[in-house]
Write a protein that binds this ligand. Structure first.
Ligand code: ZN
Length: 244
């Protein structure tokens, strides 16, 4: 019988060693953004200072996509976000921003090897100071026929999905939609934030019709209004769900 005891002990040890090795290999095979998310999970604050945090994509040295006649994504996202902030504040929401001027947000991150990583981490961190979040971008594509808006949400996140659909329904009234449905993603850093965050690609800088629309302040105002209506509609539902 002692022999059997030893046999079992060794097997358990091997099993443990094997499990650890398998976990280590699995860890190494995960994408970089996952490591970034794990790294930041510990440093992120959980107190929500704002009702919503708006993230204007790119900024500073990072122009984002570029359209004909040097139209920069970073300028259009900021303009839409500032309009959106004004509407939401007038409706009584406390609004936070990742940036309110032409700058990137690397100064907000204390980790990350590259400028791009620090910029992502900065946005990710600030999004945690809101109960909801929205990141605004403008698309580009090789195919100049591609046009219209896309709404991205975190795959398998029920609340984010509801939020995305509510905003989609409003956006659809003022802009062509590139996808006729909200699009789930699991590899976008900002969507991984704990509060529900959705990402909007408002249109394509590489499409002539979209570019014309996006360089028109009146169109940008109508986009901001549609996004605001979606957020406010969802906000009432969200408040109810949080108090239930
Ligand atoms: Zn972008």
């Amino acid at each position: 019988m002692p022999r059997k005891f030893i046999y079992v002990t060794i097997t358990k040890r091997y099993l443990l060693a094997f499990t650890l090795l398998a976990l280590a290999l699995f860890g190494l095979s995960l994408p970089n953004t996952y490591h970034l998310a794990v790294m930041t999970a510990a440093i992120v604050t959980t107190t929500a200072e704002y009702d919503i945090v708006l993230d204007a994509g790119h900024g500073g040295v990072d122009s984002g996509g570029v359209g004909a006649d040097a139209v920069y994504e970073k300028d259009i996202t900021l303009d839409i976000v500032l309009r959106l902030r004004d509407i939401l504040e007038n409706a009584g929401l406390k609004v936070g921003l990742t940036r309110d001027s032409d700058t990137d947000v690397t100064h907000l991150a204390d980790q990350g090897k590259t400028r791009h990583q620090r910029d992502l981490l900065g946005r990710y961190k600030i999004l945690h100071s809101g109960k909801l979040g929205m990141s605004v971008h403008i698309n580009t594509a090789k195919d100049t026929e591609q046009k219209g808006a896309i709404v991205f949400y975190m795959r398998n996140a029920y609340i984010d999905r509801q939020y995305a659909q509510t905003v989609f329904d409003e956006l659809e009234r003022v802009q062509t939609m590139n996808h006729t449905f909200i699009v789930p993603r699991s590899n976008l850093m900002v969507l991984k934030a704990k509060p529900p965050v959705i990402m909007i690609e408002v249109g394509f800088l590489t499409n002539e019709t979209d570019l014309q629309k996006l360089t028109d302040p009146q169109f940008r105002q109508s986009i901001a209004e549609a996004l605001a209506t979606g957020i406010l509609k969802y906000w009432s539902l969200y408040q109810l769900e949080q108090t239930e």
